[in-house]
Ligand binder design. Structure first.
Ligand SMILES: [Zn+2]
Length: 580
């Protein structure tokens, strides 16, 4: 440093002399010097000028070299460091662009560790000053020379401390857990939408952290400001689902308040079969995956997409097959409480003898013998053909990776025995279907016979939330005639006014629907058969907008455990979403 100052003095002094001589050389006229003096000085001055000029130039070069060396010295000793606080990836939105992930934020405070001695003890000292901001317990982390901790309130920014708003991928409400899935330790999707759209969601990945200066030993230089480094963090680009977050929450809470432990609820848009809500219980907690994987209740299973015994909610499709083929549904049929088919006796519920039945009465009483008789007159081939057209037996592809089970629709040969056909006619036997499949089938009834496959993906949006791609739902097929469906919907409406569906009725909206209590052939340790219970319906009755299917894997009676869920969902939707 002393040497450097000497150079400065030499350069300055040389430059001054040079300028002085130059000045004299140019102003000799003003001083009116004698001719002799002028001659001697004119020989002397150029030499001085050149010498001092070179001294000046050399000095400048030396000074530049010194500065260069000095800069290299600084870079070796002091370097800028980056500590990552969080990473992010694309969003998953509901149909109204309400986020289904990243919808909550936490304050992560970052401060520098003073002095040479890092570690937790020093970190605890470093964060004491932030006590008034509500330091959250067990959130302290030390990364290099930075101390990270979470606070209730945002800390003010200083030279040595910053606040980072960190988004939380999955909030505590666990909304759409089964559909969304989750990420592995590297931030890639393990299942659900996170896996299906992993590459797309990673295209808008980002990170946030802090930059600070440290010496060669890694100690933070306190004199230089700590600053936030945002690298495309929390980019809003992402995928849009057909889910309606508000309806999803309504279905979630209705299932919880009914106390259904294993089951599902699905809400579809009658207009186009878009999935508006899909609930599966039990849920699983991401912070306890080990338990989820060993829990006998199989919480990671998405029950909305799994196939189960169907029971009486299948009866309207037997009626559809009959009415479409002009097989009489309103002739005289008398229910005696049971019916014998090919030596096998099939009973009505609790062996009740329902007496004279037409379609309305048979639906309202869920009369098995009526539908056994009707099915035998329609025949296996026609029943299967109608069932197929309503989506039974076909898988539903939702994202290329998320599938709804195809369930089981028996082959024609399997229904060649009259007893098998009888079983099938009231939804029992080998018939299996998923809640989503039943929702799609009831949607077709509600819209007058056009079957539309349910869909979940709506669009892809960029960071300005403009759609860059959108999903075109499949057109579907005609499953039954409009007049047929209208006739069946009338009986489903009657069922909610005076039949087995009354407990699904809400004072806020007109609805049509059907219960089912399906036998599973599976018995518990006390010898009691496990029952699958259902409620399938739609509302408002006059201009159907929503189809709702409620399923309980381990139910008692549909009227008691599924119908109230339908009632609550329909009531809350219609109070929250007035008819427009
Ligand atoms: Zn009966």
């Amino acid at each position: 440093m002393y040497l450097f100052n000497c150079y400065n003095i030499v350069i300055s002094f040389s430059f001054l002399i040079f300028m002085f001589q130059w000045h004299i050389a140019n102003t000799n006229g003003m001083y009116a010097l004698k001719e002799r003096d002028r001659k001697s000085r004119s020989a002397f001055r150029p030499v001085f000028c050149v010498v001092f000029f070179f001294i000046s130039i050399c000095g400048l070069i030396l000074r530049l070299l010194f500065l260069q060396a000095n800069r290299n010295l600084t870079a070796a000793d002091v370097s800028e460091r980056f500590v990552q606080v969080d990473s992010s990836r694309g969003y998953i939105y509901d149909r109204n662009l309400l986020p289904l992930v990243n919808d909550t934020a936490e304050n992560t405070a970052v401060t520098l560790l003073p002095g040479a001695d890092g570690g937790t003890a020093a970190a605890r000292v470093a964060i004491r000053a932030f006590q008034p901001y509500g330091i959250k317990a067990d959130t302290l982390k030390v990364k290099d020379a930075c101390v990270l901790f979470e606070t209730e309130k945002e800390i003010p920014q200083t030279e040595t401390a910053v606040n980072i708003k960190r988004v939380v991928r999955y909030g505590t409400d666990n909304v759409c857990r089964h559909l969304i899935g989750y990420l592995d330790a590297d931030g890639h999707g393990v299942c659900g939408i996170e896996k299906s759209f992993d590459r797309l969601l990673m295209e808008s990945k980002g990170s946030v952290g802090v930059r600070y200066y440290a010496d060669a030993a890694g100690r933070a230089l306190i004199g230089k400001a700590l600053r936030v480094d945002d690298r495309n963090y929390n980019d809003p680009a992402g995928v849009v689902l057909t889910i309606d977050r508000r309806l999803q929450k309504i279905a979630d809470s209705a299932m919880k308040s009914a106390g259904i432990e294993k089951g599902a609820a699905v809400i579809l848009d009658v207009a186009d079969s878009a999935i508006l809500a899909s609930v599966s219980v039990p849920e699983y907690r991401l912070d306890d995956m080990e338990r989820a994987l060993t829990d006998p209740a199989l919480p990671y299973l998405n029950r909305a997409l799994e196939a189960y015994p169907v029971g009486s909610v299948f009866k309207p499709f037997v009626a559809a097959a009959a009415i479409d083929r002009s097989v009489s549904t309103d002739g005289v049929f008398r229910c005696e409480g049971s019916i014998g088919v090919d030596g096998e006796v099939f009973g009505c519920f609790q062996r009740n003898a329902h007496g004279e039945m037409d379609l309305n009465k048979a639906v309202c009483n869920s009369c098995n013998t009526y539908f056994i008789d009707l099915g035998s007159r329609v025949g296996a081939e026609a029943l299967l053909s109608t069932a197929r057209a309503f989506g039974f037996g076909s898988p539903i592809d939702l994202t290329g990776q998320i599938h709804c089970a195809s369930g089981n629709l028996p082959e024609k040969d399997a229904l060649s025995l009259p007893a098998a056909l009888a079983n099938f006619s009231f939804g029992q036997g080998d018939l299996l279907a998923a809640p989503l499949q039943l929702a799609a089938a009831y949607g077709a009834l509600a819209r007058g016979g056009a079957y539309k496959p349910p869909y979940l993906m709506k669009a892809v949006v960029n960071k300005e939330l403009h759609e860059t791609a959108y999903y075109l739902p499949e057109s579907g097929q005609t499953a039954a005639q409009t007049s047929t469906c209208r006739r069946i919907c009338e009986s489903l409406r009657e069922n909610m006014l005076s039949g087995t569906g009354v407990q699904g009725r809400s004072p806020y909206v007109t609805a049509a629907g059907k219960t089912a209590t399906a036998q599973t052939g599976d018995f518990d340790e006390n010898g009691k058969e496990r029952l699958c219970t259902w409620f399938c319906g739609f509302f408002p009755y006059e201009t159907p907008r929503y189809v709702v299917v409620v399923f309980n894997e381990d139910g008692s009676t549909a009227a008691e455990d599924c119908a109230p869920v339908f009632r609550e969902i329909s009531a809350r939707i219609c109070r929250a979403v007035p008819n427009d």
